[in-house]
Ligand binder design. Sequence first.
Ligand code: CTP
Length: 418
Amino acid sequence: MSDAEAHHVRVLRGKRVLLGVSGGIAAYKAVTVASRLTQAGAIVDVLMTAAAQKFVTPLTFSAITGRPVTTDMWGQGQGQILHVTMAREADLFLVAPATANTIARLALGLADDPLSATALATRAPLLLAPAMETGMWENPATQAHVATLVERGATLVGPMPGRLASGAVGMGRMAEPPQIIEMVRKVLGRKGPLAGVHVVITAGGTQEALDPVRFLTNRSTGKMGIAIARSARDFGAEVTVIHSPLQVSIPFGVHSVPVTSARDMCEATFDLLPRTDVLIGAAAVADYRPATVAEQKIKKKDDITIQLVRNPDILAEVGRQRKATGRPRIMVGFAAETEDLLANAKAKLEAKNLDLILVNDVSAPHSGFGTDTNQVTLLDRWGDVLPWPLLSKEEVADRLMVWVARQLRGQSLADLGA
Ligand code: CTP
């Protein structure tokens, strides 16, 4: 893996994040944001407005980030104009919380405190986490300033509806720290190796209805598919996840298409096909569904027999169409096997017209349904085989995205190394 690729795998490691904190009660949550970014390996330099210092002390941030906090324009020492140096080196400028006043000042291009001066000087992407009273958020003045900043390329995370500082409930609550971190990852990854590529992922185990209250399903939790979605997003892709009900949440910054049955999932996949560059089938699609769905709840009496009929094979149908259209450019499948791993996987790869299949032995410990780790072997359409060690699902996802990025550049599995 090249350095550049490894860099993207760990999207926060070594990244320089400027965290502008302005004066709202949500400033205390910015401490958590600074802490999580630092723990993830980012270099976090905090700039506080005077109002922010009424809520949280600079000492709190410097203790957490291990770096000095900038609170005023003067007395920065070392003969350097600190905000200019920081601005030049930054990978991202995050303002959390972004108050109505700070948003207005950024939109106007004012530069009379370190936060606004650095924001004006930097070429790094700007990410705003607004936090204010509903009236201030909805005011046309604020909306116009936000529109101006978005037009200039700023990204927003939130605000959210919820309880505000005044005790009222309404729009204006700052996004929660985990959501802000997810958005930081997305913005940092924007120019990554999959920028401009639309990755569609199927995830989860489909549900096949028997009657209004019962369905057949399987042990899939959706963890692998969601790890791939997050990784693809961090690599700069536009990501859509077509998923049945999951036991894990959908990451921020990816599109979600909720479905229930295999047939719904198939339809949603075909709907997106004209816009799909890379299709990854991580769903455990039910191969069968009940031949009939009872309109009323089935009451217990004698033993019953359920007749099952075949569901569409989503990847196989897309694979057939792909021969004519050339879309999607790349198709990846998974094979969950308990015996003859490679032979079974090879047959599936060919039958579904895939470029790559990731085989896992679901009977092995630490691999497969519900686990946080996975041990997969890759088999590509040219017959190259690459066993990966036991890895976290995140690591499998990151390595898979490296493979996808290389594949788009015309490199094969043999180039990837273990
Ligand atoms: N898949 C699909 N549609 C189906 C069944 C499977 O798109 N109806 C996809 C899965 O998302 C996975 C791959 O095909 O990427 C292999 O699925 P798997 O269940 O391992 O294989 P099957 O083709 O269903 O074969 P079998 O059940 O006989 O092992």
